[in-house]
Design a protein around this ligand. Structure first.
Ligand SMILES: Nc1nc2c(ncn2[C@@H]2O[C@H](COP(=O)(O)OP(=O)(O)OP(=O)(O)O)[C@@H](O)[C@H]2O)c(=O)[nH]1
Ligand SMILES: [Mg+2]
Length: 329
């Protein structure tokens, strides 16, 4: 079988690459479907595709946006994204959400919450594949970022819900990590763990409007004080704490100014490039681990041997250490 033809996306690879480099969004969607495919033959073609479109000098900016459900991530991205396309930038929005039950709701919600952006010719919105393994979702999202950059998108925004582990995964694929918070309620109530706050490059208190403005201003001071107690981050960056209203569209430009400041500073001190290199190497090793594990467990002889040893271990006839050693001998 000709290796350049596949059911997904059912066009020659070179045509796909050409379409991508012209910034064609339909081709971009097809390419993303290809890298998300779990078929073995698709995996071969998608590896070739990624390899061919990889641009070592990609001048993109990858921004992760997280926060508890309902904090206003999608509404913020609508306002922020429209501001950027208004400046002539091309903006891609990807959402990563490993819990498939939630994904359905989010996709429906996002259609209405990013109504203007979804019609904007300089924007591209794509929900991530809902997968059971966070590692798998993360890997295809990383490849999706590469595809978006190949299609000429300069700003890649990744939305993730800040309640589980997905934000750690997103932190490892972005240049800048923005945490949206709400005033009042306290950290526990918002479900935001200290660890997530420590990962943030920027804290923005959203819904700073109407009756909520006073509380938001107060929260800003509290978070500023809390930030002081954190150890300094690797980028040597002072994490800004700001206010915004995604619905009133205030504080959005100021947020962008901070992001640009970060980009300038970290490009200057070398952190920006260093961080991307670190992320690539981490991804590489994650994939090695995943592949080793999958290859090992999918072997029939190993499956049988594991089963045997499970029984021996349960009845305490063999130690765990000995059972493991035997498996590898
Ligand atoms: N007053 C006010 N309401 C807002 C603001 N931003 C968002 N909202 C409202 O908050 C609700 C949730 O907004 P979303 O943008 O869907 O929140 P989200 O964080 O993307 O939610 P999930 O994707 O479900 O995690 C919607 O009803 C918005 O209209 C804001 O700045 N001010
Ligand atoms: Mg959302």
């Amino acid at each position: 079988m000709d290796s350049t033809f596949r059911r997904i996306p059912d066009i020659p690879l070179q045509d796909l690459i050409d379409g991508l480099s012209l910034g064609n969004r339909a081709f971009l969607s097809r390419a993303i479907t290809l890298v998300e495919s779990k078929r073995d033959d698709d995996k071969i073609v998608s590896a070739e595709l990624i390899d061919k479109v990889l641009k070592p000098d990609a001048k993109s900016l990858r921004i992760g946006i997280t926060g508890v459900p309902g904090v206003g991530k999608s509404t913020f991205i609508e306002a922020f994204g429209r501001m950027l396309t208004g400046m002539g930038k091309k903006v891609a929005v990807l959402s990563i959400d490993p819990s498939s039950s939630r994904t359905k709701g989010s996709i429906l919600g996002d259609k209405t919450r990013m109504e203007e952006l979804s019609k904007d010719p300089n924007a591209y919105i794509r929900p991530s594949a809902s997968g059971s393994s966070l590692g798998g979702v993360a890997s295809s999202t990383r490849e999706t970022i590469i595809l978006c950059e190949a299609a000429g998108f300069d700003v890649i925004i990744i939305e993730t819900v800040g309640v589980g582990q997905s934000e750690t995964v997103v932190k490892d694929m972005v240049d800048y990590f923005l945490l949206l918070m709400l005033a009042g309620g306290g950290d526990e109530l918002q479900g935001i763990k200290r660890g997530i706050m420590e990962m943030a490059d920027h804290i923005l208190i959203n819904k700073a409007d109407g009756n909520n403005l006073k509380a938001a201003k107060q929260a800003k001071e509290e978070y500023k004080n809390a930030i002081h107690l954190f150890p300094p981050n690797d980028a040597n960056w002072t994490v800004p704490v700001g206010l915004c209203s995604a619905t009133e569209r205030t504080g959005i430009e100021e947020a962008w100014e901070e992001i640009q400041k970060y980009q300038q500073q970290t490009t200057g001190n070398g952190w920006f490039a260093k961080n991307r290199k670190r992320q690539l190497l981490k991804w590489f090793h994650e994939r090695i681990h995943a592949k080793l594990e999958m290859d090992f467990y999918s072997r029939k002889d190993i499956k049988e041997k594991i089963k045997e040893r499970e029984e021996l271990i349960s009845s305490q006839q063999i130690s765990v250490r000995k059972a493991v050693d035997e498996l590898f001998n």
